[in-house]
Ligand binder design. Structure first.
Ligand SMILES: O=P(O)(O)OC[C@H]1O[C@@H](O)[C@H](O)[C@@H](O)[C@@H]1O
Length: 293
């Protein structure tokens, strides 16, 4: 749908639909609380910056902005599978949601809470609704529903694959996951014991933390801030930085960009996949808050 039509249908001060990079339509939010951007392509939040802070989300300078490709950075939605689809190497990594065109269900001003945008789409057999609230904090709620008329249960994986902007990967630390075991994708998918220590980085990291509902804190001594990620109905947290060799292999990721990002992903994957019976729905949420150190 073109931006003019969206602007006349959803006439809320502080929200403007425009043709963004690659001609893809995005909502631009500018309020006293924050600046933010959401592409309808993938229901992809690409920017969030509370007033007085530097940008919270990272987007690659080499990202594609193309209706057939995912955006590299921001918050891609991984659904209905995470990573490669088992048994189908031709299926797109991380599922269909991040390359689907979503519809605008509604835009509202929630006052001190922020601006709310609700996007919807259907990915057979599921109906998806994504509620984003952009204020001093960024809230994202993904609701997946299976129609009562569905003839069988359905099982899916999901992730809010959040790329966070950081000062320097060598200096950040992540708290909150100390007590959790993790699946180490860099080491053949082995399950590793809880480390008991904050996560620090000196090499490629690709870990699925298991059985954790914990809130994480990302401490950034360079930007002198802490980003907190709280979550609901999520049993996994994925932590990812591609480091040197893997980022060099990705066409949509600049070779020298890896020190300035880390992903902390709110997820339900693998053994934590969600099964819905006909008529059921499931909501997973993440809330990102920033504070100065
Ligand atoms: O290149 P993609 O499909 O966006 O995936 C990026 C990364 O996403 C992470 O969530 C995965 O754990 C990594 O294994 C993967 O490399």
């Amino acid at each position: 749908m073109n931006p003019d039509t969206l602007n006349s249908r959803h006439d809320v001060p502080g929200v403007t639909f425009v043709a963004g990079q690659g001609g893809l339509v995005k909502a631009v939010v500018e309020s006293s609380l924050c600046q933010a951007e959401v592409f309808l392509h993938g229901a992809h939040v690409t920017a969030f910056q509370p007033t007085g802070q530097s940008p919270v989300l990272w987007v690659s300078q080499s990202s594609d902005f193309d209706a057939d490709k995912p955006i590299r950075g921001g918050v891609p939605i991984c659904f209905p599978w995470f990573g490669p689809l088992a048994g189908n190497p031709d299926a797109p990594g991380h599922g269909w949601a991040r390359t689907t065109a979503w519809d605008v269900r509604g835009v509202s001003d929630l006052g001190t809470e922020g601006i709310e945008i609700v996007l919807t789409t259907t990915i057979d057999p599921y109906d998806l609704s994504y509620r984003i609230v952009m204020g001093r904090t960024l809230s994202m709620e993904l609701t997946v529903s299976l129609a009562a008329t569905a003839d069988q249960p359905a099982r899916f994986e999901e992730a809010l694959h959040t790329y966070l902007a950081i000062g320097d990967i060598h200096q950040v630390a992540i708290d909150g996951l100390q007590p959790s075991t993790y699946l180490d994708k860099v080491d053949g998918g082995q399950i590793k014991p809880a480390s008991g220590a904050a996560i620090r980085f000196d090499a490629e990291c690709d870990r699925v933390y298991l059985g954790t509902t914990a809130t994480c804190q990302l401490h950034d001594p360079v930007l002198k801030r802490t980003i907190e990620i709280a979550k609901t109905n999520s049993d996994n947290t994925v932590v990812w930085n591609p480091w040197i060799a893997k980022s060099a292999r990705m066409a949509d990721f600049g070779n020298d960009e890896w020190p300035s990002m880390v992903c902390i992903e709110t997820a339900n994957v693998g053994d934590a996949s969600v099964t819905l019976q006909p008529g059921e729905s499931h909501t997973m949420a993440a809330r990102i808050a920033v504070s100065d150190d």
